[in-house]
Design a protein around this ligand. Structure first.
Ligand SMILES: Cc1ncc(C[n+]2csc(CCOP(=O)(O)OP(=O)(O)O)c2C)c(N)n1
Ligand code: SF4
Length: 262
């Protein structure tokens, strides 16, 4: 119950800060998706009552300081190596809830091998993959997920598939492997999409606690700064363009019997 300072009347607050979300000013740009994702993770940690048993692996990328914002245990990993660190931590602490939090440069470029091999081994941890189609921290270079035609600092005339290849669809790529339990893609561009992203991340944590196996939740996330857009334009860009290259939805959920590729 909150008390109004002027009237002295009590009111039940419907929307409050999750207790696992640190009351800190973040370094993220206005409109960035990382802040929304941090809040969702903190809400899920509170709802599942797992604050004392959760370990996040922070990436190298804009979210390098995630450990300052979510009040759980954290480890930092070298660029692209969170799945290797998560593998070790989860194997020696099987009762902890371990997740990696990685951008597209970290996960799908330098860390591609770690990602594929952890998924292929069916490691029982969760990956939260923030796909914003650029390298944010290092000022907007092309990422493996950059759209064809998208201008970045290293593709100033737009990504050309003939010379730079096509955007890599990580969920679909991992769907070629036998072991993963849950592969899904969401976004954070509307309340409906935020709720869906939360459901999927919560399911990933729940599957891990139930020892179902490797989960991978990709979230299409705005980077207004290096897309050179306003936050509103970047949200529209995801819905109008990015979701065409990266379709939203569940690619695999072995408990629910969903396998897109069979
Ligand atoms: C071994 C190594 N190589 C390169 C870098 C430089 N570097 C830092 S962050 C980054 C890319 C970050 O992009 P992404 O993972 O997509 O995350 P974002 O910042 O967009 O959230 C790169 C290339 C580094 N820190 N270490
Ligand atoms: S550069 Fe992009 S990803 Fe990084 S904090 Fe700013 S908006 Fe977010």
């Amino acid at each position: 119950m909150n008390t109004d300072q002027k009237t002295g009347r009590g009111s039940r607050a419907l929307y409050t800060r999750p207790s696992s979300l640190v009351d800190a000013r973040t370094h993220y740009c206005p409109g960035c998706g990382h802040g929304t994702l941090h809040r969702l993770i903190a809400e899920i940690v509170d709802e599942l009552g797992i604050r004392e048993q959760t370990i996040g692996i922070a990436p190298v990328g804009c979210a390098v300081f995630a450990y300052d914002y979510i009040d759980i245990d954290w480890s930092e990993a070298a660029h692209g190596r969170p799945p290797a660190v998560a593998t070790g931590l989860k194997r020696i602490h099987p009762d902890k809830v371990v997740f990696t939090y990685q951008g597209d440069g970290d996960l799908a470029s330098i860390g591609m091998a770690e990602t594929i091999h952890a998924a292929n081994r069916g490691e029982n941890f969760s990956v939260i993959f923030i796909n914003n189609a650029v390298y944010g921290m290092t000022q907007g270079q092309m990422a493996p997920t950059t759209l064809v035609g998208q201008r970045t600092t290293t593709t100033p005339r737009g990504r050309d598939a003939d010379t730079e290849g096509y955007p890599i669809r990580m969920c679909e790529l991992l769907d070629r492997l036998q072991a993963p339990a849950l592969l899904a893609r969401a976004t954070v561009t509307s309340p409906r999409h935020v709720r869906r992203a939360k459901q999927l991340i919560k399911k990933a944590f729940q599957y891990q606690m139930d020892k179902v196996g490797f989960s991978f939740i990709e979230v299409l996330s705005p980077c207004p700064t290096y897309w050179r857009m306003t936050p509103a334009e970047s949200y529209a860009h995801i819905e109008e363009n990015m979701t065409k290259a990266f379709p939203l939805g569940v690619v695999r959920d072995i408990k629910a019997g969903i396998r897109r590729q069979e």
